[in-house]
Design a binder for this molecule. Structure first.
Ligand code: SF4
Length: 306
């Protein structure tokens, strides 16, 4: 079954299938179908409604309020595979218009994740043109409604790419906004036609308040971006673990080198930040000293893990 939602005069088609509804869903309106790729976007965005039950996610609590329905619709829109459906008809504006979602200051979560980056999260920094214009960190899905909203917010001047897995629709954003892309040479930046290629392992000061820090490990050319000594965009290098209640890294996907990732994680102890904003895994914020303590704990754990 194909679900169609109406937004103004536009039809949005989501392909979640009632026939493929996972048995783990609780009965009711919203559901996840068997096409779920377990990216965890829904369970991170709306943990009161969606949960990871193992290899996939499902609805564990049906929305009971307008606020919960909006969260479910945001997850539906953000899902990279159209795996979330609803039996009732809902206004698509509820989900679509929520993105980009303000996190703090001038930093937004884009929603609209892309299947080609396995549902990785991307972020938008908004700034006046006089301060260099907006920055997109990694690529969301090139969805018309999101692109229009980003355009209305000032477009994109720079696109920062943490690593090769999360580039998704970088070329389409480049074509639409004529933005300068930034990426490390060791992750194939030249092959992708990236305009500003970073090389080596030394941090590069892109702007007064924007630093590129090479962090090989997950991939050889992985980098993280530090903005205003406050927001650390970490790609697949570092994330918050709700289970461990501290910062963590992903041993099983250290495709390039776990020892290298441990070494490059240790370098980040020299940085000050209050937010960790990953591509995969949970985001987290706290005061700078507490975040530093979490990072130090993470590095100690990484050194102990082979
Ligand atoms: S967002 Fe979609 S693909 Fe990702 S875990 Fe949820 S249902 Fe599955």
């Amino acid at each position: 079954m194909i679900f169609v939602l109406f937004c103004g005069s536009t039809y949005y088609v989501f392909v979640a299938s009632l026939q493929q509804r996972l048995p783990e869903n609780v009965p009711g309106d919203f559901f996840v179908d068997s096409t779920c790729i377990d990216c965890d976007t829904c369970s991170q965005l709306a943990p009161g409604i969606f949960r990871d039950h193992g290899d996939q996610c499902s609805v564990h609590h049906q929305p009971e309020s307008a606020a919960e329905t909006q969260l479910a619709m945001m997850a539906l829109v953000a899902c990279p595979t159209g795996s979330i459906g609803a039996i009732e008809r809902h206004d698509a504006h509820l989900g679509i218009d929520a993105f980009p979602l303000l996190l703090a200051d001038n930093v937004y979560f884009c929603g609209f994740t892309s299947e080609s980056s396995f549902g990785a999260w991307s972020y938008l920094i908004t700034r006046p043109a006089s301060e260099g214009g907006n920055i997109l960190i990694d690529s969301p899905r090139f969805a018309t409604q999101l692109v229009k909203r980003i355009e209305a917010m000032g477009g994109v001047s720079r696109m920062l790419l943490t690593h090769k897995d999360d580039v998704a629709a970088h070329d389409l954003f480049r074509d639409r906004f004529n933005c300068e892309r930034v990426m490390h040479a060791d992750d194939g930046a030249s092959r992708l036609g990236v305009e500003r290629v970073i090389s080596g392992e030394e941090p590069v000061q892109l702007e007064n308040d924007l630093l590129v820090i090479p962090t090989p490990g997950h991939t050889r050319g992985h980098v993280v971006f530090l903005y205003r000594n406050k927001f650390l965009f970490t790609g697949d290098h570092l994330a918050w673990s709700p289970r461990k209640q501290t910062l963590t890294a992903f041993r099983s996907v250290a495709w390039y080198s776990w020892p290298e990732q441990t070494r490059s994680m240790e370098k980040l102890l020299n940085c000050e930040f209050q937010w960790v904003l990953p591509g995969h895994g949970d985001m987290h914020n706290d005061d700078a000293q507490t975040m530093h303590d979490h990072l130090a704990r993470c590095v100690s754990w990484m050194k102990a893990v082979k």
